[in-house]
Design a protein around this ligand. Structure first.
Ligand code: GUN
Length: 291
């Protein structure tokens, strides 16, 4: 079994970004600038945004976090988006999801200037991605594609089963894996909560991408011997084995599935760090396009 080390791979990518940013600064070109908007106090969102800020600092990308209370109205948030759209110093920004229930997420996403939408969530970027045109690719699917590429995992003609159809991961992942690209060219099945015979479908998979949001959903009995297993899930569960009393687990039962898989991503240290590296890549791309 080969462990797909997202921490190591993302460190390599961040090193490449750091060199590119240093070159820009040497040439008197302003460093890329990313902003993140955080509304409310969702603990997972706070952790993600802090991790993104730290990653920016490590590669020389300027970062700004805009924090707003849980009670921020949709109208106020739309004004923030408008302000960031028009900030000439800013190359890209993200609005961390989920947003409080009283705010229409889609309305906010559609208000973002597609040229600054480094999350790749705006319909313009989603549409361009679906057509295989140049765009900002969503960070998690792009991070997974990058891992498959760097680990030379064959995808062409292979059965790829994506579990979960979210707009952020499952749906774009299925599109990217089916495209005429390398990695890509896979025969893709997108499974979800209504899928019948899910176990039979997963059993056929050469590549399983688990993005269902359910702890240890994928068990060893479901997976084909020699499969590649990518775990997008991240769940904080109680544990009496750690000092904090908690540990992070994925959508895949790693201990058991790793005995059957040829390649597998761990949680933590798999897809998560790659998502951040992809966001930095998009920010760098935006800065290069603008300068
Ligand atoms: N929430 C979970 N993942 C993401 C992401 O990639 N971007 C944003 N903006 N919010 C998220």
């Amino acid at each position: 079994m080969v462990l797909i080390d997202g921490k190591k791979t993302s460190a390599e990518i961040k090193d490449e970004i750091k060199k590119d940013v240093a070159k820009m600064i040497d040439n008197d070109i302003a460093a890329p600038h990313l902003a993140a908007v955080l509304v409310g106090a969702d603990p997972a969102s706070q952790t993600y945004v802090t991790a993104k800020e730290k990653a920016c600092q490590n590669v020389g990308i300027t970062s700004t976090i805009y924090r707003y209370s849980e009670n921020t109205t949709e109208e106020e948030l739309l004004k923030v988006v408008d302000f960031l759209n028009n900030d000439p110093e800013l190359d890209g920004f993200i609005v961390q999801l989920p947003l409080p229930k009283h705010i229409d997420e889609q309305k906010i996403i559609e208000a973002i200037n597609p040229e600054k939408d480094v999350d790749g969530f705006h319909p313009m970027n989603v549409g361009r991605m679906a057509l295989g045109l140049d765009c900002f690719l969503p960070a998690t699917p792009n991070g997974i594609m990058e891992m498959l590429k760097r680990y030379n995992i064959p995808t062409s003609g292979k059965n790829c089963v994506v579990i979960g159809r979210s707009h952020i991961v499952g749906s774009p992942m299925s599109i990217l894996m089916s495209q005429k690209t390398e990695p890509g060219n896979a025969t893709v099945t997108l499974c979800h909560s209504r899928t019948e015979n899910l176990k039979d479908i997963i059993a056929q998979a050469d590549i399983v991408i688990a993005a269902i949001g359910s702890p240890h959903f994928v068990t060893a009995d479901m997976v084909k011997e020699g499969a590649t297993v990518i775990d997008v899930g991240i769940h904080r569960v109680k544990s009496d084995k750690t000092k904090s009393g908690f540990r992070l687990i994925g959508d895949v039962d790693f201990d058991e599935v790793s005995k059957k898989a040829a390649h597998i991503t761990p949680v933590p240290g798999g897809v998560g760090p790659m998502t951040i590296a992809s966001l930095l890549l998009n920010t760098l791309k935006s800065a290069k396009q603008k300068r």
